[in-house]
Design a protein around this ligand. Structure first.
Ligand code: CAA
Length: 382
């Protein structure tokens, strides 16, 4: 049976998240975008009301929410501001390697930190010469006595300037390609260096930093999972987090759509509201369909995870479709506003800038198509 009815708990979560987005995020979102302010106060409030770290299981002090629950929450907060949601939600990406493969001790220590205080963590995969091509990374981890020594640098790290700890991928067998990568948890106070954050086109309320590991030493037990199993841990992590990006893209699209509809009802040309013109109606209709389809793919990719099934194909379908749709919808929202859409005093140009990152982070639109093509052509993979 397929039933799209949300449970009472999910409806309550959606209401809580929407209320938070409306009261705490929306009123400051455009100001934060202009100033590039990191939303520390909002993160603390989101943590206090239980809108952060929702995937942490009850065993480790969290609420153990499912992936569909997460998607519902992420769409609402992103409707408020996707830059702020990226800051609020990034812990989910950072700790998924621990949830997938971490030891009990690591989970208790590091998931516990996030439950006990409004701390942040970051996921360190990307390098200047290893973005889409993960296996090309150069960061090294070498065993020295009872320590791992990590050396190298990671870029485009969300929340990097503010993180308490990092999940970090490094080569442990440099000649073994993707089979020579391992995953570690690195506390910031082990000697991590944070370099200034990027001045971005969109999602300007989120922090994006360069993180350097200058021979940082960590205990041997800070290896996550098996040695040289890091590439698969990274892929399994992204399978689990791309539905969240798809949900965020749906939230941006919904915000842009609502602004466009309301403007189309008010703005008069040729003697009638522009909503009466078929040219505008067709754009509004396409936007509405894109949003519905984005949400359906997002929910399906999340439900597969909640059912304990491999969701690689659906995760990429959802991420690629919803990201492309958000870009289309936000661009058309600017079109509906006409020249005013291009002006910063109006809300939609921010949404168009924010939408662009949906096609870039957590795997570009092209990487998603590579994954989809491989899964379709070789369904026995995985
Ligand atoms: N689950 C489990 N295993 C998987 C897998 C999955 N989803 N996908 C691949 N694998 C396995 C394969 O089966 C294969 O296994 P074997 O070693 O047994 O052969 C192995 O992993 C290698 O797979 P591929 O041959 O497909 O690897 P590839 O080098 O061709 O790369 C790729 C595949 C899909 C392009 C991958 O590199 C990729 O996803 N790149 C994009 C990376 C990305 O999304 N980066 C975003 C960073 S995070 C971020 O943006 C957040 C932020 O903070 C800004």
């Amino acid at each position: 049976m397929v039933d799209f009815t949300l449970s009472d708990e999910q409806l309550a979560l959606r209401e809580l998240a929407h209320d938070f987005a409306e009261k705490e995020i929306r009123p400051v979102a455009w100001q934060y975008d202009r100033d590039g302010t990191f939303p520390e106060a909002i993160i603390e409030k989101a943590w206090a009301v239980g809108l952060m770290n929702t995937h942490i299981p009850e065993l480790y002090g969290g609420v153990g929410a499912g992936y569909l629950d997460g998607a519902i929450l992420e769409e609402e907060l992103s409707w408020g501001c996707s830059g702020i949601q990226t800051s609020v939600g990034c812990n989910g990406l950072a700790v998924t390697p621990l949830l997938v493969a971490g030891s009990e001790e690591l989970k208790r220590e590091y998931l516990g930190r996030l439950v006990q205080a409004p701390l942040l963590a970051s996921f360190c995969l990307t390098e200047p010469d290893a973005g889409s091509d993960v296996a090309a990374m150069k960061t090294r981890a070498v065993r020295k006595g009872d320590r791992w020594v990590i050396s190298g640098s990671k870029c485009f790290i969300t929340n990097g300037s503010y993180a308490n700890f990092y999940t970090v991928y490094a080569k442990t067998d440099p000649d073994a390609g993707h089979r020579g990568i391992s995953c570690f948890v690195v506390p910031r106070d082990a000697g991590v260096i944070v370099d200034g954050h990027e001045d971005k086109m969109g999602q300007r309320a989120s922090n994006t930093a360069t993180i350097t590991f200058p021979d940082v030493e960590i205990p041997l037990d800070h290896l996550i999972g098996e040695e040289n199993a890091g590439f698969k841990i990274a892929m399994m992590t992204l399978d689990r987090t791309r539905p969240g990006v798809a949900a965020m893209a749906t939230g941006i699209a919904r915000a842009a759509f609502e602004f466009a509809v309301s403007y189309a009802r008010e703005r008069v040309t040729f003697g009638v509201p522009i909503a009466m013109h078929q040219a505008i109606q067709f754009m509004i209709a396409d936007m509405a369909t894109d949003i519905e389809a984005s949400r359906l793919l997002t929910w399906k990719s999340a439900v597969l995870l909640d059912q304990g099934k491999r969701n690689t194909l659906l995760s990429s379908h959802a991420k690629r479709f919803a990201a492309d749709a958000a870009m289309r919808v936000a661009t058309d929202a600017v079109q509906v506003y006409g020249g005013y859409g291009f002006i910063k005093d109006y809300p939609v140009e921010k949404l168009m800038r924010d939408a662009k990152i949906m096609q870039l982070y957590e795997g570009t639109a092209q990487i998603q198509r590579i994954v989809i093509a491989r899964e379709v052509l070789d369904p026995a993979r995985g």
